[in-house]
Design a protein around this ligand. Sequence first.
Ligand code: GLU
Length: 282
Amino acid sequence: MTFVTRFAPSPTGPLHLGHAFSALTAFRRAQDKAGTFLLRIEDIDQSRARPEWEALIFEDLHWLGLDWSDPVMRQSDRLPAYRAALDRLAARGLLYPCACSRADIRAALAAPQEGAALHGPDGLIYPGTCRGRSMDEAGPGDSLRLDMARAVASLGALPGFNETGPLHPGCHALDGSELVAGVGDVVLARRDMGTSYHLSVVVDDAAQGITEVVRGADIFDATRIHVLLQALLGLPHPAFHHHDLIRDETGKRLAKRDDARAIRTYRDEGRSPAQVRAMVGF
Ligand code: GLU
């Protein structure tokens, strides 16, 4: 099987050294395996995505010496594919509409009988307030949540995934009770977007034929959601390679607003692509 990987940035700010490391890691893995390196623009959050950030992504990556095979996938073009995946999950009775705001969720979890609030990969674990609602009542003000307990029960044997990264190498089996208790009913379609990061990334990795997902270790905890969704949607399971994160001198991981470490800033200062690649170990 040909090796296919991708770099999937969101055009919501300048790329920084952490992105350079991620893109170079994926690119080099594809080169080493005589495989294919693809680009995907993750712009489902149209309130934050900007064409100028997208243009800068292309410029910065070319400047670093990367190139990719066509076509570039843009998530804002893919809403019908996300809709179709949601319809399939809904037809199996695995989705329900939810009107709860963050404040509602916090209030429900603050009720004395609930005990300590738990955090999962998406923040507070949803207390299940809307779980009894049917998809027939779904309206424009609702998000759509996955009923995690039903999803797990619907699968029988749960899949696992193969991790090729340095931090947790080996095979990881999904644990059903841990998914229910430690992840919970995640949102698969946000009310303002009609999709979510989790759903889009799974549908698109399959559509792009990705055989190894290369990305930061900060997303490791969300990977089990993606592997579960692949199984629910009958999609292939790629391998995963979660790489270390680039941190600043205080040990904090770099964020989009870290303009000082933006690739563009180094370009403007007259650094060479080789110097910036060397800063992240390439
Ligand atoms: N778009 C995500 C980010 O910018 C990465 C997506 C992924 O690799 O799953 O962090």
